[in-house]
Design a protein around this ligand. Structure first.
Ligand code: SF4
Length: 346
């Protein structure tokens, strides 16, 4: 049960690019392995490695611009795989795979899933290799199993916490989704976006967990946030400064709609949107943030409404006299800009 960084890809990239300085970034769970990798690279190639220590939660957290600032000619973004392999001018995605197997948890889940016939599978980067074996195991037990289709950002059946587009269309074909891994965060997203019963298949605890309660709780909070924001007179509209979340156009659209409906708007830009950062804006009564939607949907510690894009759409709808729909039921909660960063010629 080990998460292994694809060091072969790292070595190949270094041998091809011959950098003298490399920057790296990785999510919290991979920092130890990333620091070990830095030592190996420095010893093997003599290249100077710098770990960018800002928050890194997803594929949106690449640090291409930091490479230029730090004089590096190669940036390695560890742990978030996708169908996009290169970002911007310097950044390459480097996969990290978990070698845990799902046989035991699937075997235990089969009787519990017996009320369903058609199962959709989804997972995140680290367990993608397990999709096919799990599919075969479930098919042998008599289920019809559906994998999601690869697209221009995600690999087949892969989801991010904000993008469920590979499996969204399967919602019409399946009775339930099984999410491979330990990430309740990702599985709840699939439940909310597809509206289907979703079960987390945890290979470490060897248990299957229904995401219904967690999904309902988040949905209620998301709706409540919209209603709380309805009466606010002054809004802060925050554009995220992370490379993969630069939703400048969306921020502008929301600003225009709020202003057209009589709201005062202060436009802000931030890299990390936290309760501490927002606390200083005492005259702002509600926020809309066009960065990571999970900040709003899972962020339970803000003292004022902080709406994500889907919630802001619902708010604008209410202000303009439309009924509130199931606003989280959509394939993507944000249009990530990963892979759209213009590349200078090198
Ligand atoms: S914007 Fe999407 S990819 Fe980035 S941290 Fe949030 S959920 Fe993950």
């Amino acid at each position: 049960m080990t998460v292994r960084i694809d060091t072969e890809r790292v070595f190949n990239l270094i041998e091809e690019k011959r950098p003298t300085r490399i920057i790296l970034n990785a999510p919290g769970g991979l920092l130890r392995q990333t620091m070990d990798l830095m030592q190996i690279v420095e010893k093997k190639y003599g290249a100077h490695c710098v770990l960018v220590g800002d928050s890194c939660f997803g594929i949106c957290d690449t640090v291409d611009k930091e490479a230029e600032k730090l004089g590096a000619s190669l940036a390695l973004h560890i742990g978030h795989n996708a169908s996009v392999q290169e970002v911007g001018d310097y950044t390459y995605l480097v996969d990290a795979k978990d070698d845990i197997k799902f046989d035991a948890v699937v075997q235990r889940s089969i009787p519990l899933l017996s009320k369903y016939k058609r199962i959709g599978l989804a997972t995140f980067s680290q367990h993608l290799d397990e999709l096919e074996p799990v599919k075969k195991q479930l098919e042998s037990a008599g289920f019809e199993v559906y994998l999601g289709r690869k697209n221009n950002l995600l690999l087949g059946s892969q989801t991010f916490g904000c993008d469920f587009s590979t499996v969204f269309d399967n919602a019409e074909k399946v009775d339930a989704f099984c999410y491979l891994g330990q990430s309740e965060f990702h599985a709840v997203g699939v439940a909310l976006a597809t509206g289907k019963p979703t079960y987390l298949l945890d290979p470490y605890l060897e248990e299957m967990r229904d995401m219904k309660e967690e999904a309902e709780e988040r949905q209620k909070r998301a709706i409540l946030g919209v209603y709380k924001a309805l009466d606010a007179r002054v809004f802060g509209v925050i554009t995220g400064l992370k490379e993969g979340q630069m939703m400048v156009g969306r921020s502008k659209w929301i600003t225009n709609r709020l202003q057209a409906n009589g709201k005062k708007v202060v436009q802000l830009a931030m890299r990390d949107i936290t309760p501490e950062r927002l606390a200083q804006y005492i005259h702002i009564e509600a926020f809309v943030q066009t960065a990571c939607p999970r900040i709003s949907i899972d962020g339970f510690t803000f003292s004022k409404p902080v709406l994500s894009i889907p919630q802001a759409d619902a708010l604008v709808g209410l202000l303009e006299g439309r009924e509130m729909k199931d606003f989280l039921h959509r394939p993507k909660w944000i249009e990530l800009t990963v892979g759209q960063i213009a590349r200078k010629s090198r």
